[in-house]
Design a protein around this ligand. Structure first.
Ligand code: UN1
Length: 509
């Protein structure tokens, strides 16, 4: 029975990728093993791009840049429009591959592809809206304006948990902004990257005259990533992953005066106030904390509940934790799929032990072994009632653990909310205008995302996505995040016959 699942997955991966035009031989070409967290078994073994191969890819991208930057932006948008069309056509296959490789439920796998389609639509519109300002000048007969130009090669480093959407946020914007992309996907999810590359190829073939090397994938681990980070030809490194990874990437890119967009860890919290709609809060918290098996950077990890409603809300939450379905996302309707690997499982168990040592009362968190293959890691999500925000509560553990704490004073809970290293996402549940506005104000949540009466996860692409402090400060996706992918030039034009100097300076010769 177990063997049958494994054989099927291997065969299915080959069939999906083959259908998209990926050569079967690529899947057994090297020694980088790729696993499905659904069964824990190996599904492919890819060849790696070493530093030299990565540099060659960067060289090709740099050549492509010289051509692509001169293509009018709306025409560049046409390529992204075609990419959106190809993604629509491949949504079922790619979503399924995301489920196989990242362990997401079918709905979340499809949702991730939808996020790609959405950002393509956004970027197509953007390709006609890369606006610069016209600025009043202090000199007569002059005009001042700013123009936005393509930046150069964009290196994308992505994580396993959103294996395709984060690449697409970056690539759709980079392409309309006039930049080629070299992508290093997570070692844990290279197959979805090969699928995306095949889908881009289809769009490129229909587009016709795009330069070679506009969109490339380099497969590998640390060496590959470092080659991308260190190369001065890579103008922008957009890296998504742990704060630990960001601490290495950020300074290296800064040392060569490159640009970076860092989207790192989160330790996202919700606050439930006395006036909250508790049914709605419960559902939002359940999705935010347990969805995607707690493996979103936006997952809700801390919850502050007002003393007066704690005993109304928390028992219901504990019940929801006890009854949530955990299981194979490919063969069941389970809401919670597997953890990505053994390391994630061990990290979760260590955090639970550390929470107990701090006085935490643990509900759930145990391994679910019935019907799960030995090498796969399914767990009951953990809700841990904590006496205080201490120990593991201060850190991001990339697993479904929700630490629940009581509060009584609103000012204090805002302090507590902000008293962690990360600053990605946050939410408040209240119907009291004073509380919600305070939470969204300068003296409220210090995160890049602050929500009212919805959870911390599941952001739409139209907003800028990212966070402050140890989350890295970068913004991707919507709003004016595109500006990070372009260079700004301020232009002053003198159409008079005189040469007045700014600030009234006189220099007559
Ligand atoms: C991530 O986990 O890296 O807001 C991205 C969300 C998704 C994106 C998460 N739209 O949960």
């Amino acid at each position: 029975m177990k063997d049958a699942i494994e054989m099927d997955l291997k065969a299915e991966v080959r069939s999906i990728l083959g259908g998209l035009g990926v050569e079967a031989s690529v899947l057994d070409a090297g020694d980088m093993a790729s696993f499905s967290p659904v069964t824990g078994q190996q599904i492919a073994s890819l060849a790696q791009d070493d530093a030299e191969a990565t540099r060659t890819a960067i060289g090709r991208a740099a050549d492509a840049f010289r051509i692509w930057r001169n293509v009018p932006a709306p025409r560049r948008g046409e390529l992204v429009r075609l990419l959106g069309e190809e993604l629509r056509a491949a949504k079922g296959d790619l979503g399924r591959l995301v489920s196989i490789e990242a362990g997401k439920s079918p709905s979340e796998g499809a949702g991730e592809v939808q996020e790609m389609i959405d950002i393509c639509d956004f970027a197509v519109g953007l390709s006609r809206q890369l606006y610069g300002l016209t600025i009043a000048t202090e000199r007569p007969g002059h005009r001042m304006m700013e123009t936005w130009h393509p930046l150069g090669v964009v290196g994308v480093i992505s994580a396993f948990n959103f294996p395709v959407a984060v690449w697409c946020w970056n690539t759709a914007l980079a392409l309309v902004c006039g930049n080629p992309v070299v992508w290093k996907p997570s070692e844990k999810t290279p197959l979805t990257a090969l699928a995306c590359q095949a889908i881009v190829k289809r769009a490129l073939a229909r587009f016709g005259d795009a330069p070679d090397g506009l969109s490339q994938v380099v497969i590998g681990g640390r060496e590959t990533g470092e080659a991308l980070v260190d190369d001065p030809r890579v103008a922008l490194v957009s890296a998504t992953g742990s704060t630990r990874m960001g601490r290495q990437v950020g300074p290296k890119v800064a040392a060569r005066f490159g640009r970076s967009i860092l989207e790192l860890g989160g330790n996202n919290a919700g606050i439930v106030c006395p006036s909250a709609d508790l049914d709605m809060a419960l559902r939002a918290i359940a999705f935010g904390a347990m969805g995607t098996a707690g493996q979103r950077c936006t997952t809700m990890r801390r919850l502050f509940v007002h003393d007066s409603i704690y005993d109304q809300l928390v028992p219901g939450l504990i019940k929801a934790y006890g009854s949530v379905s955990v299981g194979n996302p490919l063969t069941t309707q389970a809401l919670v799929g597997p953890l990505v690997d053994r390391q994630a499982f061990e990290g979760m168990q260590a955090a639970i032990e550390a929470a107990k040592a701090e006085g935490g009362i643990v509900h759930g968190g145990t391994q679910v072994t019935d019907a799960a293959p030995e090498a796969a890691y399914y767990v009951k999500p953990a809700l841990i009632e904590m006496p205080a925000q201490a120990g593991p509560v201060l850190e991001e553990t990339f697993a479904p653990i929700l630490y629940v704490m009581r509060y009584s004073n609103f000012d204090d809970v805002i302090e507590q909310h902000n008293a962690v290293g990360a600053g990605l996402s946050s939410s408040i549940f209240t119907t009291d205008l004073r509380e919600s506005e305070r939470f969204l104000s300068a003296a409220g949540s210090d995160c890049g995302i602050a929500n009212v009466n919805i959870g911390t996860s599941g952001a739409e692409i139209g907003g800028a996505f990212g966070g402050e402090k140890e989350t890295g400060g970068g913004r991707e996706s919507g709003s004016d995040a595109w500006k990070a992918y372009m260079r700004r030039a301020t232009n002053t034009i003198n159409y008079s016959r005189a040469l007045p100097l700014a600030q009234g300076v006189v220099f007559d010769i």
